[in-house]
Design a protein around this ligand. Structure first.
Ligand code: F6R
Length: 365
């Protein structure tokens, strides 16, 4: 059932164009407007909601970080994102005017489910973004939005994540449209750009020779640092998790602006730094950060949008993603990071689909 692929993980990375396409197109009606089948939030509901909590674990939490950005930017509602195991015990501010959004591939993660129940008990409206149809999280929610990733077998989540990202954008845009907090031109522009994502992802996946080569050169590293600014920090977190969970290389993600507040002490000759620089308005700042770590001997792999070549002067190696609007880059920039982690883990001889100590679905505390 690996259909010729060596591992489920690489198969699932390759299935992302389809997952993203299906998640998107099942929600676009004839007029190219977003219609969310399982979500019944009206304008009155949304006008009442003054706070959103997005709660999840691991990779799903990283999708939530992008969700916060999208909902705040388009729907103009304040959002908090929390890891479920913390949220449960934090006595969060919740009432009938709170919208709680659980994000979960399996829909069975115990901490996420417990957080959902706690929010429900306090009166929040419960929405979920789930991949497994009929799972516990889906059953206990008022509104369910299904990702159409298809079954995900590899322990390391890939296609669930990119489809969760698309879901967060669709929910945010739909909320914004219902509330009237976005212009029709802008709305249409973003929906049209979302429609280009499957092809753009395919373009990255089909041209991964550079990433394989890089992995063969870098697989022996003991540490890696992922840095970025703005939306790139969210993707840095996901890239870092992907690498550590399947290759067992210690890795950490931080906001590039935080480097000089501590972490730069760890940058020395040969350190691997993956620097995401996809955000136009933060590009120059990222180039300075890359210079800072290069000056201390780091080997820097930059990730930038096609056409932004300035970065070649500072980074050792640059991976380009197809051009897109800044708001949507996470859907693309995570893909080379998944591939890099995968090829590094393969080069290290790791059991990619079943990393040690990890289970696909965490149903214990
Ligand atoms: C990482 C990974 C985990 C899951 C987390 C949540 O690749 O797969 O971090 O994302 O255990 O699982 P779900 O989404 O099933 O709630």
């Amino acid at each position: 059932e690996k259909e010729g692929y060596e591992h489920f993980m690489i198969k699932e990375i390759n299935e992302q164009p389809k997952g993203v396409h299906d998640t998107l197109h099942r929600r676009l009606n004839k007029e190219e407007k977003i219609e969310l089948d399982g979500i019944k939030l009206t304008k009155e509901d949304l006008d009442r909601i003054n706070k959103v909590y997005i709660v999840a674990c691991g990779t799903a939490y990283h999708a939530g970080l992008v969700g916060k950005y999208a909902i705040e930017k388009f729907a103009k509602i304040p959002v908090d994102v929390a890891v479920a195991s913390e949220f449960r015990y934090s006595d969060p501010f919740i009432d009938e005017n709170t919208l709680f959004i659980a994000v979960s591939q399996s829909g069975e993660t115990l901490d996420t489910l417990a957080a959902l129940r706690e929010a429900k008990r306090k009166g929040a409206r419960i929405m979920s973004v789930v991949n497994v149809v009929g799972s516990s999280v889906a059953r206990e929610s008022d509104d369910v939005f299904y990702t159409w990733a298809g079954p995900e077998i590899a322990v390391a989540s890939t296609k669930a994540y990119t489809t969760q990202l698309v879901s967060m954008y669709l929910i945010a845009l739909n909320m914004a449209d219902t509330k009237g907090s976005i212009s029709q031109e802008r709305y249409t522009e973003i929906v049209n750009e979302l429609k280009t994502m499957p092809l753009k992802i395919e373009n990255i996946v089909k041209n991964d020779e550079d990433l394989q080569k890089l992995a063969d050169e870098q697989f022996n590293k003991e540490n890696a640092f992922y840095i970025g600014r703005g939306l790139d920090v969210c993707v840095a977190s996901e890239g870092s998790l992907k690498l550590k969970e399947i290759s067992y290389i210690h890795s950490e993600a931080i906001a590039a602006g935080e480097l000089k507040h501590g972490t730069i002490a760890l940058i020395e000759e040969g350190r691997l730094v993956i620097a995401l620089a996809t955000q136009d308005r933060l590009y120059d700042k990222m180039l300075s950060n890359i210079q800072e770590v290069r000056a201390r001997g780091a080997y820097v792999i930059g990730v930038a949008k096609e056409g932004n070549k300035e970065i070649e002067k500072t980074a050792d190696k640059v991976i380009y993603i197809p051009d897109t609007m800044d708001e949507l880059t996470p859907i693309l920039s995570v893909v080379p990071l998944q591939l890099l982690s995968y090829y590094i883990a393969v080069a290290r001889g790791c059991d990619v689909d079943k990393p040690k100590n990890l289970a696909k679905s965490v149903t214990v505390e």
